[in-house]
Each structure stands twice: as C-alpha cells, then as structure tokens.
Design a protein around this ligand. Sequence first.
Ligand code: SAM
Length: 249
Amino acid sequence: MADTAQFGSRQVPLADKQALVDDVFRSVAQRYDLMNDLMSFGLHRAWKDALVTAVNPPKTRPFALIDIAGGTGDVALRVIEAGGEGARATVCDINPDMLAVGRERAAARSRVGVVTFTEANAEALPFKDRSFDAATIAFGIRNVPRIEAALAEAFRVLKIGGRFLCLEFSAVNVPGLAALYDAYSFNVIPALGRAVAGDAESYRYLVESIRRFPKPRQFADMMRAAGFARVSFQPMTGGIVALHSGWRL
Ligand code: SAM
C-alpha cells in the first residue's frame, strides 16, 4: 500500500501518523523522564552516556549540537555537561509539551541560552545548511513518519566533518533475553504506563513501534543512502538498543 506508515503494529495513512505520535507524547510529557527510568531500570542513562561519549564535545573550542526529537532535553543537557564553555545545544522537537518540560529543566540547571528549544519537525529543520558540529537523535527516529527525510535533514544541517549519532531501540540478539524482553515489554510496560502515567495505550505504541523499526544493518543502509560516510553501529545490552554513527565528509 502506498503512502502508509507504521504506527505501532497498525498501518495508518502516512499523513495521519504524526498526529497519532503527537498524541502519545502530549499524553506522556509530564511523566516522560520518570517513566524512562522505571521502564529501563535506569539503563537509558548508560545508553545516553555511550551516546555522549561518542559525541565527545570538545572542552576548549566552540561546539554546536543539534539534538533532533530532543524532547525534554535530556541528551542535550548531558552533552553540555560533558563539554566546555563554548558548547551550545539546540533541541528541536515537534511536540510543545515535551519542549515545555525541557525548558523548565534547562532553567532549573541554569542552562538557559546554552540549551535552546525549537519546535520543529525533523523532516524539515528550520536551520541553514552546515550549521552544526554534531547531530543526535535518541529514541526519536522511529516516531518520525518519513525516516529518509529526517536523515536527509540531519545530513544537510551538519557541517562537513560533522558526525550524526542515532540511539534507538533495536533487535535483541540474545535468544534467552529475547523471550524475557518480549514478555516484559508487552505485559509490564503498558501496565507501568497505566499506573504511573495513566496511559497504557501510549506505552503499548512505544513497545510496538520498537519491533517495527528497521534492523541495524538496514538502518545503516538508509544512513548511507542519505549521504553519510563511515557508517557503523554498536549494539548494546544484547541488542536492546543500537548506536548508529555516520559522518558528513
Ligand atoms: N530524545 C529524547 C530522549 O531520548 O529522551 C526524547 C525521545 S521521545 C521517545 C521521542 C520524541 O520524538 C518525542 O519528544 C516526540 O515529540 C519526538 N518526535 C516525534 N516525531 C517527531 C518529528 N517528526 N520531528 C521532531 N520530533 C518528533
């Protein structure tokens, strides 16, 4: 079927997916960070640490990061903490409720002006070509209806020599773990979503969308098709997540 997209386990018209995704994140925004800790037993912090290590923000020169689908600013704040005084981060996200939580967090950590927040669609970023030293997207790309468009935009806004890093749920590659992970994901996570965020359906979508996301090799090919060079990926925690990397050369 032409012009359809996967929304969790459902095929929906491509044009409808974004609004459905927006409903999910509007619903979960206030509890998003707490739920991340609960659902992943805090593991998302280690995965994000690996992402920040790969970004490797310099200590002594200016550095501009764009964190795409950056939500509540978690990755951007971590990169700023790891970088030097010249580090700046632009968080863009399509969802104003996620951004509002992020602005509050940045203010609470005295990072106003260092981390800035822009409402924007990853498929059409409102920034000039070659504006950023690094582009990150964490647990965001599978929510974007046109993944190819988002990859092309990340490539466009990167400076030559800039690096793109994508952290995303992936395909579990340890047999025993796969069964356990499925049982946990499909039973415990929606129940946790209902108990903590008052919303089981949104968390069911999050679990289903993970299963539908391209496998690491296939996603690496999509990155190459967007123009990225030296594409590589690193599975983590038995393949629960993968960190993809590519360069604009
Ligand atoms: N990167 C953050 C993190 O790791 O904590 C947030 C990840 S959250 C699972 C996914 C985010 O993608 C949401 O904030 C959602 O609003 C955003 N998103 C979904 N579709 C988007 C789009 N087309 N453009 C920009 N952001 C989008």
